[in-house]
Ligand binder design. Structure first.
Ligand code: ADP
Length: 496
C-alpha cells in the first residue's frame, strides 16, 4: 500500500494524506505490512487505510527516540526548541482549513468545532513553546561549605497514547509540554482517528524538529498501545482514555520498568443548578456541558442536579433547548452535534439508554437514533432518576444526561461527590458565597462557576479519585515531563 493518498474533503479541499508511520521524520510502512481502515462516522464507510504499527514498530520508534535524546538534540538550546514549537503552532494555523476538514471527516465533529480544536491545539503548542526557555531549577543555601542546585531534566523517551474524541487537541496537549522540556516522543493516535495526527506529523518535520524527536504511529491499543506501556526503554507514559485502560497501563508500567505514569481518565461530572441561578444562562451551559462534542468528553456534565424549586421549569426549558440543537452532517454549517465515533460507541450508548428506560427513568427527549445512516443519536435527557441507577453512576460518553432533584446545598454536594470519578463539576448560582463554598466542597479537578467545558491550555486539567493521576496543561504539566536532579558541590576541605 502507498505511503500517501490524495483526498478531497467534503468542503472541497484537496490534500495529500500521509498514511505511513512517522518515525525518524519519515513516513514508513509497518514492519509486518499490516494496514487498517478508518471509518467516516457520518456515512459508516471507510475513508482510507493507514499503515499499522505493531510491537516491532514501537520498538523501532523507541530506538529512534532514544537515539535523538542521546544525540545532538541534547545540545539544542531550549530557546531553539521553543522556536520549533512556535513554528509548529504557526504551521497548524496555516493549515487550519485542511486540518479541521480532516478532523470532521475522521471524527465526525462539526467543522466549526474542529476549527476551535485546531486553534486551541496551535495555542497550546505556542504556549509550551514559550515555556521551553523558562525551565529553571533552584539554588539551595544549606551552609557556607556547599553549593547546591537542582536541574529540571527531561524524563527521557515518552510514550503518549491518545483517544479519538479530540484527536488534534490531545496530540497538542501531549507533545507540547513533553517537547518544551526536552523529551523525545513516541505517540500513538487512536485507531478510530489516525488521519489528523499523521498530517500534523508532516508539519513537525517542517517546523524543524530533528529526526527521532517526535515519532507518531497509528495502531491498536492491545498491540501498539500495550507495547508502549510495557516497553523497557520508555521512561514515561502519558495516557488519555477510559479508566479501564488506564488501570491496564498503570499495571503494565508497574510490571515492566516502573515508568512514570500520568492518566487522564473518565468522569461522571455533576452540573449543579441552584434556584438563584440565571436560568437561561444555566440552561445554555448545561446544554453545552453535555452535548458539546456529542457527549464524548471525559469532563461532560452528564449528571445535572437541579434544585426542587426550579426543577419542573428547568426540565421544560432544557427540553426545548436540547431539541433545538442541530444534529447532522459535520460539514453542514448549521450543525452543532455530529455522529458518535463508531458503531461500538453507538451500541454502548444505545445500551445505556435502554438500561435507563428499563430502570424506570423518564425520557424527557431523545432516547433514540437520529436518522437512518451514520452513528447519530438524538440529544437525550432522563428525568426521575435515582442515584443508584447505572445511567447516573456510569460514564456513558454520549449525548445522554440525567437530571436529578435536590433540596439542600449539602444534599447537592453529597450527590455530586457520590461517584468513583472526580474529573470536573460545575455550580450555577448568582450568590458568590454559594459558588465559593460549593467549589471548595466538590471533589473534582475542575469546578466551573456559571460556565461549562471552558478549558484553556493555561489552566491545569486532571482528575481526583478514579479520574486520573497528574495534571495536564498550564505550568503544572511541565512537572510530568521533568525529573529533578540535586547537585551538591562541596567547597570545603575533606572531613575525614
Ligand atoms: P475508548 O474505549 O473510548 O476507545 P480507550 O481507553 O479504549 O477508549 O482508548 C484510548 C486509547 O488507548 C486509544 O489510543 C487506544 O488504542 C488505547 N488503548 C486501548 N487499549 C489499550 C491497552 N490495553 N494498552 C494501551 N493502550 C490502549
Amino acid at each position: 500500500m502507498a505511503l500517501s493518498q490524495t483526498i478531497t474533503l467534503p468542503n472541497g479541499i484537496k490534500y495529500e494524506q500521509p498514511l505511513g508511520l512517522f518515525i525518524n521524520n519519515e513516513f514508513v510502512k509497518g514492519v509486518e505490512g499490516k494496514t487498517f481502515e478508518t471509518i467516516n462516522p457520518h456515512d459508516e464507510k471507510p475513508i482510507v487505510a493507514v499503515h499499522e504499527a505493531t510491537e516491532k514498530d514501537v520498538d523501532i520508534a523507541v530506538k529512534a527516540a532514544r537515539a535523538a535524546l542521546e544525540g545532538e538534540y541534547k545540545n539544542v538550546a531550549p530557546s531553539v526548541r521553543g522556536r520549533y514549537l512556535t513554528k509548529l503552532a504557526d504551521l497548524l494555523e496555516e493549515n487550519i482549513e485542511t486540518l479541521s476538514g480532516i478532523e470532521s471527516l475522521d471524527n465526525g465533529k462539526s467543522l466549526f468545532w474542529s476549527k476551535v480544536d485546531i486553534t486551541n491545539a496551535a495555542g497550546c503548542i505556542r504556549y509550551y513553546g514559550g515555556w521551553a526557555d523558562k525551565i529553571t531549577g533552584q539554588t539551595i543555601d544549606t551552609d557556607a561549605k556547599n553549593f547546591t542546585y537542582t536541574r529540571h531534566e527531561p524524563v527521557g523517551v515518552c510514550g503518549q497514547i491518545i483517544p479519538w474524541n479530540f484527536p488534534m487537541l490531545m496530540w497538542a496537549w501531549k507533545i507540547g509540554p513533553a517537547l518544551a522540556t526536552g523529551n523525545t516522543i513516541v505517540l500513538k493516535s487512536a485507531e478510530q482517528t489516525p488521519l489528523s495526527a499523521l498530517f500534523a506529523a508532516s508539519l513537525v518535520k517542517k517546523a524543524g524538529f530533528p529526526p527521532g524527536v517526535v515519532n507518531i504511529i497509528s495502531g491498536f491499543g492491545k498491540t501498539a498501545g500495550a507495547a508502549i506501556s510495557s516497553h523497557m526503554d520508555i521512561d514515561k507514559v502519558a495516557f488519555t482514555g477510559s479508566t479501564l485502560v488506564g488501570r491496564q497501563i498503570l499495571q503494565a508500567a508497574a510490571k515492566s520498568n516502573l515508568k512514570k505514569v500520568t492518566l487522564e481518565l473518565g468522569g461522571k461530572s455533576p452540573n449543579i443548578v441552584f434556584p438563584d441561578a440565571d436560568i437561561e444562562n444555566a440552561i445554555s451551559w448545561v446544554n453545552f456541558g453535555i452535548y458539546y462534542n456529542h457527549g464524548q468528553c471525559c469532563c461532560a456534565g452528564s449528571r445535572v442536579l437541579v434544585h426542587e424549586d426550579i426543577y419542573d421549569k428547568f426540565i421544560e426549558a432544557f427540553k426545548k433547548r436540547a431539541e433545538s440543537n442541530k444534529v447532522g452532517d459535520p460539514f453542514d454549517k448549521e450543525t452543532f452535534q455530529g455522529p458518535q465515533i463508531s458503531q461500538l460507541q453507538f451500541d454502548r450508548i444505545m445500551g445505556y439508554i435502554d438500561e435507563g428506560k428499563k430502570a424506570g427513568a423518564k425520557v424527557v427527549t431523545g432516547g433514540e437514533r437520529h436518522g437512518s445512516q451514520g452513528y447519530y443519536i438524538k440529544p437525550t435527557i432522563f428525568a426521575d432518576v435515582t442515584n443508584d441507577m447505572k445511567i447516573v453512576q456510569e460514564e456513558i460518553f454520549g449525548p445522554v444526561c440525567t437530571v436529578q432533584k435536590f433540596k439542600t446545598e449539602e444534599e447537592a454536594i453529597k450527590l455530586s461527590n457520590t461517584s468513583s470519578y472526580g474529573l470536573a463539576s460545575a455550580v450555577h448560582t448568582t450568590n458568590l458565597n454559594t459558588a465559593l463554598r460549593v467549589s471548595a466542597a466538590l471533589r473534582a479537578g475542575t469546578v466551573w462557576v456559571n460556565t461549562y467545558n471552558t478549558l484553556h491550555y493555561q489552566v491545569p486539567f486532571g482528575g481526583y479519585k478514579e479520574s486520573g493521576i497528574g495534571r495536564e496543561l498550564g505550568s503544572y504539566a511541565l512537572e510530568n515531563y521533568t525529573q529533578i536532579k540535586s547537585v551538591r558541590v562541596y567547597l570545603g576541605d575533606a572531613l575525614f
